[in-house]
Write a protein that binds this ligand. Structure first.
Ligand SMILES: NC(=O)c1ccc[n+]([C@@H]2O[C@H](COP(=O)([O-])OP(=O)(O)OC[C@H]3O[C@@H](n4cnc5c(N)ncnc54)[C@H](O)[C@@H]3O)[C@@H](O)[C@H]2O)c1
Length: 343
């Protein structure tokens, strides 16, 4: 076992030594009694094995998305965590922006007509841009949708409290090869979907959109209002009305208690991705302590995401629409906190 020296003082705090340890193998790491939680941040194809072994070793698991690269593996992990009594979470971290919670709170009970949205990035537009995600053997059979479309689909189901039950997808791969290696995953996805309660949706996902860095947007039109959340402007929510549209700011006097709960800093101190991530980690530890924070993404949500990603690929490959069953054994996202840890 190799153990690194303590972390530099700047890391600070009573837990600084834990930050600095390293082990020669995964087995050594999992045998360490002082460790309670494993956060799996490795390439996607390694998640199933590492998460399964971590649970078998009695560790709580934070497993990065996608939980796994196949529906069967995600189902196995969901069942394993359910049988273990341990906590398993997946960082669908955009749920933790306060104004995304505000969007969800304002949609409760609304009749939703249309969901438009996009997740656009620009780190792969050139033929020499590449990454392990490009190869299905490491990243999984879906790249753009599995990597970022999964966040968008999770957010849509989370804020609407509804499920995608029908979809038709088109995908496109811009280059046959990147960095001298063949490409067998998609760069672009356009989807048509229907939610269980009847709303229609048209998300677009791209990793070849010059100028768009991490442009996750969701706009939802209900009867009297349209609501729009933009991940790159997370301090505000656009509320569109036939008369009198407005930009709602993250001000404690005008946001829901759940949005206020996740506000890591007072209004006027802008929050970002790292604050959302800290909110996710905080709620994971709350769950480990035995409570049930609302909206914490579980391995059931990871499985649900695998089902949606798989349906997108099936549809793109067959050229036909796909019907999706809401998972018979999962709560709708709006009540995901109830029964947490018993899944
Ligand atoms: N939740 C989010 O918003 C979010 C954001 C970014 C990345 N991710 C996820 O995090 C994971 C990692 O992505 P990344 O961009 O950090 O990748 P990365 O390439 O930057 O880092 C991967 C790390 O895994 C290590 N690694 C590779 N194979 C390993 C193995 N077999 N065993 C142990 N370690 C191994 C590498 O050395 C590297 O340190 C992916 O699953 C990705 O989808 C999630």
């Amino acid at each position: 076992m190799a153990r690194l020296p303590a972390a530099p003082p700047s890391v600070g705090g009573p837990r600084r030594e834990a930050w600095a340890w390293a082990w020669a193998s995964v087995d050594d790491l999992l045998a360490a009694e002082e460790m309670d939680v494993v956060h799996i941040c490795t390439p996607n194809a390694t998640h199933a094995d590492l998460a399964g072994r971590s649970l078998a070793a009695g560790k709580h698991v934070v497993c990065e998305k996608p939980l796994t690269t196949t529906v069967a593996e995600s189902r196995r992990l969901r069942d394993l965590v359910g049988a273990s009594g341990l906590i398993g979470t997946v960082p669908f971290v955009y749920r933790f922006h306060p104004m995304a919670r505000e969007l969800r709170a304002r949609l409760a009970g609304a009749r939703i007509h249309v969901v438009t949205g996009a997740y656009l990035q620009d780190w792969l537009p050139r033929p020499d841009d590449t990454d392990w995600r490009v190869e299905s053997a490491l990243g999984g059979p879906s790249r753009a949708f599995g990597d970022i479309g999964s966040h968008l689909a999770d957010l849509v189901e989370f804020v609407t409290g509804d499920r995608i039950t029908w979809l038709h997808a088109l995908t496109s791969t811009v280059y046959d090869g990147r960095g001298g290696r063949p490409v067998d995953t998609e760069d672009l996805v356009v989807v048509l979907f229907r939610l269980q309660r009847g709303a229609l949706g048209t998300p677009t996902v791209s990793q070849v959109a010059p100028g768009r860095k991490n442009a996750l947007t969701v706009e939802i039109a209900a009867t009297d209002e349209s609501l729009r959340f933009e991940q790159e402007a997370p301090e505000q929510l656009w509320i569109g009305r036939r008369h009198g549209s407005e930009l709602l700011l993250r001000d404690p006097g005008q946001i829901s208690p759940e949005a206020a709960r996740l506000s890591a800093a007072p209004a006027g101190h802008p929050l970002g991705f790292l604050d959302a991530f800290a909110g996710f980690v905080g709620d994971t530890y709350t769950a480990i302590a035995g409570q049930a924070p609302d909206g914490l993404p579980t391995f059931t949500d990871g499985l649900r995401s695998a089902v949606v990603v798989d349906a997108v690929l099936q549809s793109a490959r067959s050229g036909a629409p796909v019907d999706l069953e809401p998972l018979p054994d999962s709560a709708p996202p709006s009540s995901i906190g109830a029964g947490y840890g018993k899944e």
